[in-house]
Every structure is written in C-alpha cells, then in structure tokens.
Design a protein around this ligand. Structure first.
Ligand code: HEM
Length: 193
C-alpha cells in the first residue's frame, strides 16, 4: 500500500488556504555553529585550567628574596706566635683554644672540653705542650715558666718519650688544624707587637 501514502502537508494554518496553491519551498539555513575545535579549546574548564597554570608559572618564577646562607667560621690565617702571644688562646673569653707541639700551633678548639677552662688538660691551652705530652703528664712543671725564654729544645727526652710525643703529634695532625708556628720571643720571625 506504499503507493497510497498522502503527500506531506504544511503545519502552518496560514498556509492551509493555500494548500491548493503550490507554494515555493523556502529553506532558511540555520546560523552557523562555531567550529568544534574552537569550542573545545575555549571552554570554561579550559580557561580555568589555563588561569591556574599561569598562576603556577608565576608562583614558580616570581622574584624571590635572596636566600641568606648561614655564616661559616671566620677564615683561619696561618700566623707566627711566641709563647707570649699564644697564651691568650687559652679558651677564656670565648677565644679559640690553641696549643703548640714542637713548634706547630694547633687549633684544638673542637676539643674545648679537653683543653678549655675546667677541662682535664686545660694546662696545655695556650702553651707549648710538647714536654707534657712526651712525659704523659699535664703537670704545671711540664710547661715553660718563662714565656720570654728560648723554646724548650726537648733534648733530654728518651726514646719512649719521643715516641709518645710523635704519636700525640700524629693524632693532633689528623684531628686539628695547624694555624701557626711557635717561635721564641726575640726570634727574627716573631711578630713585632
Ligand atoms: C688518669 C689517667 C687518664 C685518663 C683516665 C685519661 C682519659 C682520657 C680520655 C677518655 C680521653 C679521650 C679520648 C678520646 O675520646 O679520643 C683522653 C684524651 C687525651 N688525654 Fe688523657 N687520660 C689520662 C691521662 C692523661 C695524661 C697523663 C695526659 C698527659 C699528656 C693525657 C692527655 C690526653 C690528651 C692530649 C688527650 C687527647 C685529647 C684530644 O683528642 O684532643 N691524658 N684522655
């Protein structure tokens, strides 16, 4: 029965009277839709993400205040000391602690608990400790009394004492920095003041 299907009619009643009169068919093209690719890029979610991205980029590269690095210890300058200038480095008044072994001045400040005020070996602080170390004694008499006298030449030490001294020296060399040289008062190398 496909041949009996009625032809399509206009739904507009205004056109009803003109049903009998054939009307020209007018097609109004719909307004053009935006290109699908542009729609997807400029969507609100993408705009929000883009703004967030830009904020993150700014946050990452924003000008920052220079980082303040912790100040290191002051540089150590190798100096020549005499018994008189060395003695002030006995750890009192927050001074570093130095001691001398056979003419080499060691900064023993890291061992302040041994040599600093109240420590078991405080007698060595600011002094030539050579004889005491050789004799394994921290008694007062091991120290040179007269700070203006020539340096202790240690000529009377026996083999064992020299060996003691040698091993202490090696220990200090591994553990502490050599910060200077000890010379006698009046030595041409002695500091002028
Ligand atoms: C009663 C005897 C003694 C005891 C119990 C004793 C104990 C000690 C101890 C526990 C240490 C620390 C070791 C370390 O942690 O490296 C030390 C270090 C030392 N002792 Fe004695 N000691 C004695 C006698 C002496 C004597 C007679 C001298 C004299 C020269 C001496 C000189 C030293 C020195 C120079 C150090 C090295 C500190 C450093 O590493 O800078 N000690 N002693």
């Amino acid at each position: 029965m496909a041949g009996n299907v009625p032809p399509p009619t206009w739904s507009n009643p205004a056109n009803k009277q003109a049903d009998s009169v054939p009307q020209p068919e007018v097609f109004v093209s719909p307004s053009p839709a935006p290109a699908p690719s542009l729609m997807s890029i400029a969507s609100p979610i993408n705009l929000i993400l883009l703004s967030l991205f830009m904020v993150l980029i700014y946050w990452h590269f924003r000008p920052k205040a220079p980082v303040a690095l912790p100040r290191g210890p002051p540089p150590v300058v190798f100096k020549t000391y005499t018994p008189k200038t060395l003695i002030q480095f006995n750890g009192l008044n927050d001074q570093p602690v130095y001691l001398a072994v056979r003419g080499r001045v060691f900064d023993v400040s890291p061992g302040r608990n041994f040599y600093g005020p109240g420590g078991p070996y405080e007698n060595f602080a600011g002094r030539d400790a050579s004889r005491g170390l050789a004799h394994q004694s921290f008694d007062e008499e091991m120290l040179t009394k007269d700070l203006s006298a020539p340096l202790d030449k240690l000529e009377d030490l026996d083999e064992d004492q020299l060996e003691n001294l040698q091993s202490w020296e090696e220990r200090f060399s591994e553990k502490y920095l050599v910060v200077g040289k000890l010379v006698a008062e009046g030595d041409p190398e002695a500091p002028s003041s």
